[in-house]
Design a protein around this ligand. Structure first.
Ligand code: F6R
Length: 240
C-alpha cells in the first residue's frame, strides 16, 4: 500500500481526482468502481469541473459499490440519486454503462444480479473507496472475511447512525444494503482509497498500523498489489 498524506483536504481530493482522470485519459473505456458518501462529494465536483473543461467520460463503464435495500432509485437518499445528483447528471457517462445495485427489488435477487454483472464486466480497473469510521469498505463491515462475495448485508448500528445525517429526522435509515464484496473489491486492478477529516483518524490508524484483520476490513487494502491511500492531515493524525 502506498500512502499519500497531503496537508489539506483539497489536496487529497485533487490527487484522487487526478488518478481517475489520468486513468480515463489512458484507457477511455475503463471500468471505474465508484463510491458514495460525504468524502466523495467534492471529488465528483472536481470530475464534473474537468468535464466542463472538456474532459470526456463517454466510454467509461461504472459500477457502484453499494445501495440501500428498500430504497427506490428515485428516493433522495438512494445511492442512485446521490450519483445522479453529484456526477452522472453533469457528465457524459452513457446511461447504459452505469451500474448500481438495485435497492427496490428483492435484495437476494439484486445481489445475485449484481454479482453476475461484476463477473461479466471483469475486474474493475480502478476502484475508488471511502473508509467507514469503523473501518468498513463498501458496506463490508467489521467481521467480514477477505473473500466475501457480493451480497446482502445488515448494517451495524454505528454505520446506521453515521449515515442518519443524510436522512430527514424521523425517517428511518435502511438497515440492510447490497454491497460489492471484499473479494470483488480486492480483485480490482488498482484501488484508490480516500479518507479526509479527523473522524477517520482512528480507522486509518487501525487499517495501517494494526493487524490485517476482519476487525478492520480497510486493513485488507495492505494486501492489494496496487493500492494508494490518499488522506489529508486530519485523517492521518494518528498514524505512526
Ligand atoms: C459508500 C461506501 C462507504 C463509504 C464510507 C465513508 O459507497 O461504500 O463505504 O465510503 O461509509 O462514508 P463518508 O465518506 O460519508 O464518510
Amino acid at each position: 500500500l502506498k500512502l499519500k498524506l497531503l496537508p489539506q483536504t483539497e489536496d487529497a481530493i485533487d490527487a484522487a481526482a487526478q488518478v481517475i482522470v489520468d486513468l480515463v485519459a489512458a484507457q477511455p473505456d475503463a471500468v471505474l468502481g465508484l463510491a458514495t458518501g460525504g468524502t466523495m462529494e467534492p471529488l465528483y465536483a472536481r470530475l464534473v469541473a474537468a468535464h466542463r473543461d472538456g474532459f470526456s467520460f463517454a466510454r467509461v463503464r461504472t459500477v457502484n459499490l453499494d445501495e440501500y435495500v428498500g430504497l427506490d432509485p428515485r428516493h433522495p437518499n438512494s445511492y442512485h440519486s446521490y450519483m445522479a445528483r453529484h456526477f452522472f447528471d453533469h457528465v457524459d457517462v452513457a446511461p447504459e454503462n452505469i451500474f448500481i445495485p438495485r435497492g427496490e427489488i428483492d435484495p437476494q435477487c439484486a445481489a445475485a444480479e449484481y454479482s453476475a454483472l461484476l463477473d461479466r464486466l471483469g475486474p474493475v480497473d480502478l476502484q475508488l473507496l471511502g473508509i467507514g469510521a469503523n473501518g468498513h469498505i463498501g458496506f463490508n463491515e467489521p467481521g467480514t472475511p477477505l473473500d466475501a462475495p457480493t451480497r446482502v448485508v445488515e448494517l451495524l448500528a454505528d454505520t446506521i447512525s453515521a449515515n442518519a445525517r443524510f436522512f430527514a429526522t424521523g425517517e428511518s435509515v435502511p438497515s440492510h444494503a447490497v454491497t460489492m464484496g471484499t473479494a470483488a473489491i480486492l480483485s480490482a486492478r488498482q484501488v484508490v482509497a480516500l479518507a479526509t477529516g479527523g473522524a477517520k483518524a482512528e480507522a486509518l490508524a487501525a487499517a495501517l498500523d494494526g493487524p490485517v484483520s476482519a476487525d478492520c476490513p480497510a486493513s485488507y487494502l495492505r494486501l492489494h498489489p496496487s493500492c494508494t491511500l490518499i488522506a489529508d492531515r486530519a485523517a492521518g493524525a494518528l498514524l505512526h
